[in-house]
Design a protein around this ligand. Sequence first.
Ligand SMILES: NC(=O)c1ccc[n+]([C@@H]2O[C@H](COP(=O)([O-])OP(=O)(O)OC[C@H]3O[C@@H](n4cnc5c(N)ncnc54)[C@H](OP(=O)(O)O)[C@@H]3O)[C@@H](O)[C@H]2O)c1
Length: 350
Amino acid sequence: MSSRLPVAVLGATGSVGQRFVQLLDQHPLFEVVALTSSDRRSGQPYGESCRWVLTDPMPEWAKTIRLSPTTPEDLHIPLVFSALPADIAREVEPQFAQAGTMVCSNASSYRREADIPILLPEVNADHARLVEIQRRKRGWRGGIVTNPNCTSTGMTVVLKALLDSFGVQKVFAVSMQAISGAGYPGVPSMDILDNVIPYIGGEEEKVETEPLKMLGALQHDTIQPASFVISAHTNRVAVSDGHTVCLSIELVKKASLDEIAQVLQTYQAPTESQNLPSAPHPPIILRDEADRPQPRLDRMSGKGMSTVVGRLRKDPIYDIKMVVLSHNTIRGAAGGSIYNAELLRSMGFI
Ligand SMILES: NC(=O)c1ccc[n+]([C@@H]2O[C@H](COP(=O)([O-])OP(=O)(O)OC[C@H]3O[C@@H](n4cnc5c(N)ncnc54)[C@H](OP(=O)(O)O)[C@@H]3O)[C@@H](O)[C@H]2O)c1
């Protein structure tokens, strides 16, 4: 009998759901025993119902799993990974938490709630303690832990390294976001080919607020957000996977480019997150070529879990500028959620 923890993927047929199925194949701690979708597919075998769009083949074990309805009554399980649309997640995730299941969610529905952490294990592992507060306040036996919006992910890892060493005053961010970030089938090809779409609904607000919560301090059961300001422009571009963000940053304490490079290259996750199966080594990869990072060439660095930084240089308005890349459906979604679950399990919350 397997000693791995039984888990389910909610919304397993979508863009992020498929990544979960791919990344959980042969996972050392978790074994997928159930997959869910919308009701229109319930009861159908995953292999027949899911239009698989990843380059690796669908794992054999997944093909024969019959899609379950997305309700806790149908799944008595300690851990679920949620890749549900936000409106559905808002309704069903608390039902799972109430029923004793830990929900590691990609949806934005609960990220702003004071007692629900937005967790990045290499940044704010200590915020996982908010699960105790949820249990106390809401009477849940399980809990909800979210991972950040996929555009906030890489830039928050970089900002954490800079904040710790120099302090951060202002951030100006311009994103170039992949089409897989809009789910499947996502943006119509007639809209995105030969084009840039300079609007992604709700995205700028998320990029301007989520990093501040993640970089905040947990004090007396609440998070005091970091006090600097972020201005964001978010754009959809004709790239399949990998979100690129151009950052200009004003620091509190002035530093040379060499000092900044040193801080980024040597950044380490908190001890409790360093040796988990999904931990990227190193968390930040600094490239010195003039034309990197590029999504097609660099998004799979560290199995898609590393944050790749390049074009580090002086900024004539702020202090420094750089380009940050991270894989949106791996580090920014499924891989990030799995890393969160590994951390929660090692801390005894699952
Ligand atoms: N894509 C990214 O890069 C990314 C990154 C970070 C976070 N996220 C977030 O992750 C979540 C999933 O995103 P996605 O891009 O994977 O979306 P998606 O491709 O549209 O997939 C949505 C999934 O939810 C299922 N679903 C839809 N309506 C449902 C219902 N009423 N009940 C139960 N299941 C239902 C779908 O099943 P059917 O196939 O049966 O419709 C599908 O499996 C979203 O909240 C998104 O904002 C996405």
